[in-house]
Design a protein around this ligand. Structure first.
Ligand SMILES: C[S@@+](CC[C@H](N)C(=O)[O-])C[C@H]1O[C@@H](n2cnc3c(N)ncnc32)[C@H](O)[C@@H]1O
Length: 271
């Protein structure tokens, strides 16, 4: 199966619970991007890989009915969920299935292009950024979020999946120290080479916390990490879960809650 179909399948199967299991991650990441990009009433913004709309809905609220908040995602179930969530919130969005690698919009059709926790899924991030730049008007703003490093104790939790994973999934959540996503400079260089100016990074930390090991388990099935579970043979999943449970005990914070502090790299540029 082609890589895009695999990714769409994972997120389609996750869509019904994605960002709905009581763990704060995508909202705080979107808050930072939207705050820095400062969309104005009447502007046109595009959220690339919008998922269930954590950022898209915030963009729509800022832009209001006189502008356009558009979103694309590869996974049809994510698109449907984003549409429903926007309607429930009383917001108007223009959301459709589309490929972030080469979004199908006319040149210079947006004031703001944003993408949260998506770029590292793409087969050619540099080419995608060049395509995204073409969608911006002169002076238009780009913001992308990617994952920073994980604490060592949490890397140990994720490592329980490793024996079952194909090579492309071994680097958990595509962070790590290699490649452009391993440093601020690496991501900044991607933007600079795509022709963006005034490229800069702001790093934030999101405290990701779980009530208990069961809560962690539900969350992992609701996000991209679901791909890891799907690679574990059904008969081995209880053992992997038990091994993770032991390691989770080493990841309690001062208040006794299980979790990790996720560094998030927000990289900004101007067209
Ligand atoms: C980690 S989720 C982030 C979703 C959303 N931006 C958020 O912050 O909640 C990654 C999203 O990227 C989408 N995605 C991955 N590859 C894509 C592609 N080539 N084109 C469009 N969307 C893609 C997935 O379907 C998924 O919804």
């Amino acid at each position: 199966m082609d890589q895009r179909a695999q990714i769409a399948g994972i997120f389609d199967r996750a869509a019904s619970t994605y960002d709905r299991v009581g763990v704060e991650l995508f909202g705080p990441v979107a808050d930072e991007l939207v705050s820095a990009l400062a969309p104005q009433a009447g502007e046109r913004a595009l959220d690339i890989g919008c998922g269930r709309g954590a950022m898209l809905l915030r963009l729509a609220a800022a832009i209001g009915p006189t502008g356009t908040a558009a979103g694309i995602d590869l996974a049809p179930q994510m698109v449907a969920a984003a549409q429903t969530d926007a309607a429930t919130a009383g917001l108007t969005v223009d959301v459709s299935v589309g490929d972030a690698q080469e979004p199908d919009f006319p040149a210079k059709s947006f004031d703001v292009v944003a993408s949260s926790l998506v770029l590292f899924f793409l087969p050619d991030p540099a080419a995608a950024l060049a395509a995204w730049r073409r969608l911006l008007v002169p002076g238009g703003r780009l913001g992308v979020s990617t994952f920073g490093p994980l604490p060592p104790a949490w890397q140990e939790v994720d490592a329980v999946f490793e024996p079952c994973l194909p090579p492309q999934l071994r680097d958990a959540r595509t962070t790590g120290t290699r490649g452009p996503f391993g440093s601020d400079a690496g991501v900044e260089q991607l933007l600079t080479q795509a022709g963006f100016q005034d490229v800069r990074t702001r790093t934030t930390t999101v405290a990701v916390r779980f009530d208990d090991a069961d809560h962690w388990h539900r969350w992992t099935w609701s996000v991209g990490q679901r791909a890891m579970w799907e690679h574990v043979p059904a008969g081995d999943r209880d053992a992997v879960r038990a091994a993770a449970g032991e390691r989770l005990e080493r990841c309690r914070d001062g208040g006794g809650r299980i979790g990790f502090d996720q560094q998030v790299r927000h990289t900004y540029g101007r067209c």
